[in-house]
Design a protein around this ligand. Structure first.
Ligand code: NAD
Length: 292
């Protein structure tokens, strides 16, 4: 069993840390919000990030964004971690920061993986996340079995930054699909069609996708989702906006044609500007339906 330091016990980190504890690992958790850290039964709550980083086989981070991740690795983790500690950042951040942090860690003799996830809070709780991993083969070999405790699919995507690259492509696809499902339901409503009939057909036809069958934005349709809970996240619009801005940065830098991705970015930009950053990203349907 591994000794694991887990920093960032938010919507995602909570389920992930619980699953590590459940599989018998020795887990020490830290979050700026102590109440969240205390919510992981069976884990040791560290008084500081420094304490969580000391004497661990693996340190896992699940933090909001690149600047926070960079600060925590530079100021808290690297100065305190024991030699041979493996760093695994599961946050979604930009490819460049992921590469730079891995290089800096390597300079200090540490291996570091970027290992962002897909699957949402439900996947974090159920231990069925998909992990997209960038970094060395040796680091991946060390982390793989631990990642499988939290996930159902773990893919080594390439060198440092490759996990983040695949993640932003995936989430751009997700945003476009969520908007397509929202518009399908909004159009069906305008045509006085039964949304359940649209679900029954499309979930078994060519409109099928995760945003429809697993994460339907229409309340009362499909499995219980954030839509049935007042669009409480889940996956906040602010985080989707962040992922799309990372995708747009990467598209601009590489010259990729992402017209629909850009339209999705603009749509989430408007949602955030309208004060709905904390609403689940599936709540984008409310504007389309003209409801609150
Ligand atoms: P969250 O805001 O719920 O959790 C982040 C946690 O980090 C918070 O509890 C916060 O208190 C803590 N934190 C912030 N700065 C800290 C610091 N310096 N030291 C210690 N703790 C600190 O966010 P989340 O929804 O859990 O998402 C985390 C990451 O996972 C993000 O990068 C997000 O893009 C990604 N992600 C989220 C989902 C989702 O469905 N929520 C899905 C896939 C990926």
């Amino acid at each position: 069993m591994a000794t694991i330091g887990f920093i960032g016990i938010g919507n995602m980190g909570t389920g992930m840390a619980r699953n590590l504890v459940g599989s018998g690992h020795d887990v020490t958790v830290f979050d700026l919000d102590t109440e969240k850290a205390k919510g992981i039964e069976g884990a040791t709550v560290a008084a500081s990030g420094e304490e969580a980083a000391k004497n661990r086989d693996i340190i896992i981070t699940m933090l909001p964004a690149g600047p926070v991740v960079a600060k925590v690795y530079r100021e808290t983790i690297r100065p305190n971690a024991a030699p041979d500690t493996l760093f695994v950042d599961c946050s979604t951040i930009d490819v460049e920061t992921a590469r730079v942090l891995a290089e800096e860690a390597h300079g200090d003799g540490f291996a570091m993986l970027d290992a962002p996830v897909s699957g949402g809070v439900a996947g974090a709780e159920a231990g069925t996340l998909a992990f997209m991993v960038g970094g060395s083969a040796a680091g991946f070999a060390k982390a793989e079995s631990i990642l499988y405790v939290m996930g159902a699919k773990v893919v080594h995507c390439g060198e440092a930054g490759a996990g983040q690259g695949i993640k932003i492509c995936n989430n751009m696809m997700l945003a476009i699909q969520m908007i397509s499902v929202a518009e399908g339901f909004a159009l069906a409503e305008k045509l006085n069609l039964d949304p359940q009939k649209l679900f029954d057909v499309s979930s078994a036809a060519s409109g099928q996708c995760w945003s429809l069958t697993t994460y339907s934005p229409m309340p009362g349709i499909g499995p219980k989702t954030s839509a049935d809970n007042g669009y409480k996240p889940g996956f906040a619009a602010a985080l989707m906006h962040k992922d799309l801005s990372l995708a747009m940065e990467a598209a601009d830098a590489s010259g990729a044609d992402v017209a629909f991705g850009r339209a999705a970015f603009d749509a989430y930009d408007r949602m955030v500007e309208a004060g709905e950053a904390g609403v689940d990203f599936s709540g984008i349907i409310r504007g389309k339906r003209g409801v609150q």
